[in-house]
Design a protein around this ligand. Structure first.
Ligand code: ATP
Ligand code: MG
Length: 444
């Protein structure tokens, strides 16, 4: 706005400046011409000889009239009078120029110090049109004014246009991985604020996109892992069942194959339960608020799940729970998974035809303890701290059984931690592993 106003003022000033300079220019060109015509061409003498009848037509300039040097009045009655402004300027400068808007103009000049023709005036009116006058006086001013206005408008607007174009380019590539160029936002105006908003939107979209990409990659990896984990036991189950069909008639062989198939099914059941729990834990699962469980029943149910496997391995599975209920704050399914995973390990990784015991008892003031014992090989001392790490399997376990993912204890440890329980491992002398789960009992 300020730029536009200053342009208009500039244009007017230029108009006036050029107009005034043309005024002087007319005086400088027409003045000497009139002087020359009067003095050197003998018109002064002719006028002085008959002042009442003298006038002169100069082609291209109009008519010239003569006036007495002293009175500034013409003796020729047809001559137009000199108005006050002209006479004032004439007396001051010896020459006067006056524009009559739309009606031409007049120049008056002293050509002799005295006499009836000492001053001549040429009045151009109909001969020089308003358009010509405008062209002569105003047009250069107008053009200069317009040019100045255009320059100052361009000087003010161009940086603005450039900034808008930069912001538009930035907006077009907001959120793209490459190619986003932030618009400059060092100026504290609306465009600067817009540039800052674009930067924020770009950063937010990039962060969200990266997060979605990370999650999608993790999900794909997770699905691939699950497919991989399930493939082996399913293939083993399929093989056992196919072979069982082929050994029809050999009851002992068929039974052995069916037992293997059943073990695969038990393993698949435990694995899918742990995989589901792992996914839920990764999504922030926690024990349902207000959920409670009776641990005696939990231990019984977990042992029941393992009875078949224990029997087939010839493992004696002893269960001991108190007569009174031991009620704790926990999710029932998750609590059962904690105990079942530990118990399954004792049966699977313990000694074939060995012993496994699971005991629930009250401990300390208002606490409980679940102990799972086996008489198998246990784990070497340095592996004890690693029990419960996801994917950890001892070398001995890998050699013993190709199945297993190192997931069971990690799930037990994470679920127990979220219930506020403590899970500890100790070597049992002379052999075996002792696992304890401790926590608080709900006051009845
Ligand atoms: N009672 C145990 N006796 C000997 N080693 C054990 C016992 N319990 C756990 N381990 C060791 O701890 C490792 C991790 O146990 P974890 O239950 O997490 O995995 P896993 O049993 O190998 O596989 P899965 O994911 O099917 O449970 C086992 O591979 C084994 O090496
Ligand atoms: Mg296990």
């Amino acid at each position: 706005m300020v730029g536009v106003l200053s342009s208009i003022v500039g244009a007017i000033a230029a108009w006036l400046a050029v107009g005034l300079s043309n005024r002087a220019m007319i005086a400088r060109t027409l003045g000497p011409e009139l002087t020359w015509v009067m003095r050197d061409r003998g018109e002064l003498a002719r006028c002085e000889a008959a002042p009442a009848a003298w006038s002169l037509e100069i082609p291209g300039h109009g008519k010239v009239w003569a006036f007495a040097a002293a009175t500034l009045r013409s003796e020729n009655p047809a001559a137009p009078p000199l108005d006050a402004a002209i006479t004032r300027e004439l007396e001051r400068d010896g020459v006067a120029v006056r524009f009559l808007p739309g009606a031409g103009g007049m120049i008056a000049i002293r050509v002799a110090p005295g006499g009836p023709c000492g001053v001549v005036a040429s009045h151009w009116g109909p001969r020089i049109s308003a358009v010509r006058l405008a062209a002569l006086v105003g047009l250069p001013g107008l053009l200069a004014g317009l040019a100045s206005a255009a320059i100052s408008v361009l000087a003010g607007v161009r940086p603005l246009v450039r900034r808008i174009a930069t912001a538009r380019r930035a907006a077009a590539r907001v959120g793209e991985r490459e190619g986003y160029e932030p618009a400059p936002h060092d100026v504290d105006d609306d465009l600067g604020a817009l540039a800052r908003e674009l930067d924020r939107a770009h950063a937010r979209i990039r962060a969200d996109t990266e997060e979605i990409h990370r999650r999608s990659t993790a999900l794909s990896q997770h699905v691939a892992d699950i497919a991989h984990d399930l493939r082996t036991p399913i293939a083993s189950l399929q093989l056992a069942l196919e072979q069982a069909l082929l050994t029809e008639g050999d009851a002992a062989a068929t039974r052995e194959l069916l037992v293997r198939a059943a073990e695969d099914v038990v393993y698949l059941g435990g694995l899918t339960a742990n995989l589901r729990m792992a996914t839920e834990l990764d999504d922030g699962w926690s024990h349902a608020l207000g959920a409670t469980v009776e641990l005696g029943e939990t231990v019984d149910r977990a042992a029941a799940r393992l009875r078949f496997l224990a029997r087939e391995k010839g493992v004696a599975l002893d269960v001991a729970v108190p007569d009174e209920p031991v009620r704790v704050a926990a999710d029932p399914i998750a609590a059962e998974q904690v105990v079942a995973n530990v118990l399954e390990n004792a049966v699977i990784h313990g000694k074939p035809r060995g012993h496994v015991a699971v005991m629930l008892e009250r401990a300390g003031h208002g606490g409980f303890r679940v102990t799972v014992l086996d008489d198998g090989p246990g784990v070497v001392e340095e592996d004890l701290p690693r029990l419960g790490e996801r994917s950890f399997r001892s070398d001995a376990a890998r050699r013993r059984d190709g199945r297993g993912r190192g997931l069971g204890l990690a799930i037990s440890r994470e679920v127990a931690a979220r219930a506020g329980w403590k899970l500890t491992f100790a070597r049992e002398e002379p052999t075996g592993l002792r696992v304890t789960i401790e926590g608080s009992v709900l006051s009845s």
